[in-house]
Write a protein of this length. Structure first.
Length: 256
């Protein structure tokens, strides 16, 4: 005998799913910084726009016990709730080592080993990890599959090309570290590929060149203002097209 769901049953299931997604959204919000971080002359700010109620981007920044500042940003393979669950796994692993002040390469190597050991098919977590020392104004960055970041100075804006395999993809993976000497007024823009891969109705990508040009034109802007300009321009570029991926941007600004 074939059982059929009534309209009431379907509405109940839909309502329950919507409630669960809303709860998942609230829980995931707890994995992002609740607000900007201002310590001395350093400001860290961010904006996250998921494609659906929950997404696969993750981000945090924090002060460490040795007076350095840490930041990680990532983007897991996939979309929606499965991606959000894998992002939670990656964040849990990162939070287990972030307070040690370990070198970014060590952090990514450990993250990679632990995710690869899980052996979840078709899942990996592109991740950047950075440490900033306010005393020396040196930023150390390691990368595993995330574009950028961008370095904004009084002289212009340039993309840092940092190679690296997304953690969780291969058991054996090594990571390099890039050191930047920041100056007063410099900013570093971290972003996921939901920004550069945003597409308009002509199937054109927003692309890294447009992002570099925008940041260069507004490199004197405060972090909150630059964030709004980035998302506003991307929104104008896609011309109302449906969002195709989660979008996350974080900015580290070195003030006076």
């Amino acid at each position: 005998m074939e059982l059929k769901l009534s309209d009431v049953d379907l509405l109940t299931l839909q309502s329950r799913r919507e409630q669960e997604l809303e709860e998942a959204r609230i829980i995931q919000q707890g994995m992002f910084p609740p607000e900007s971080l201002v310590i001395g002359s350093v400001t860290m700010a961010h904006k996250v726009v998921p494609m659906t109620e929950v997404g696969g981007d993750f981000l945090d920044y924090f002060a460490l016990s040795d007076a350095t500042l840490g930041l990680y940003l990532g983007d897991v393979a996939g979309k929606g709730l499965p991606a959000a669950l894998y992002a939670a796994l990656a964040v849990g692993t990162l939070r287990g080592v972030q307070k040690t002040g370990a070198c970014p390469t060590t952090v990514l190597e450990l993250l990679n080993r632990r995710l690869a050991m899980r052996g979840i098919p078709a899942r990996y977590a592109a991740t950047q990890y950075a440490l900033y020392d306010p005393a020396t104004r040196r930023l150390h960055v390691s990368n595993g599959g995330v574009p950028g970041p961008l370095h904004l100075t009084a002289r212009g804006c340039r993309e840092l090309l940092l190679p690296g395999i997304p953690p969780g993809l291969l058991m054996e993976a090594g990571y390099e570290v890039k050191t930047l000497q920041l100056e007063t007024g410099d900013s570093v823009v971290f972003f996921t590929d939901g920004i550069t891969d945003a597409m308009n109705h002509r199937d054109e990508l927003y692309g890294i060149e447009r992002l570099v040009r925008l940041c260069e034109e507004h490199r004197g802007a405060r972090p909150a203002e630059l964030l709004e300009r980035i998302f506003s321009e991307v929104g104008e570029f896609v011309e109302g097209q449906q969002q195709r991926d989660d979008m996350t941007v974080a900015i580290l600004h070195c003030g006076e």
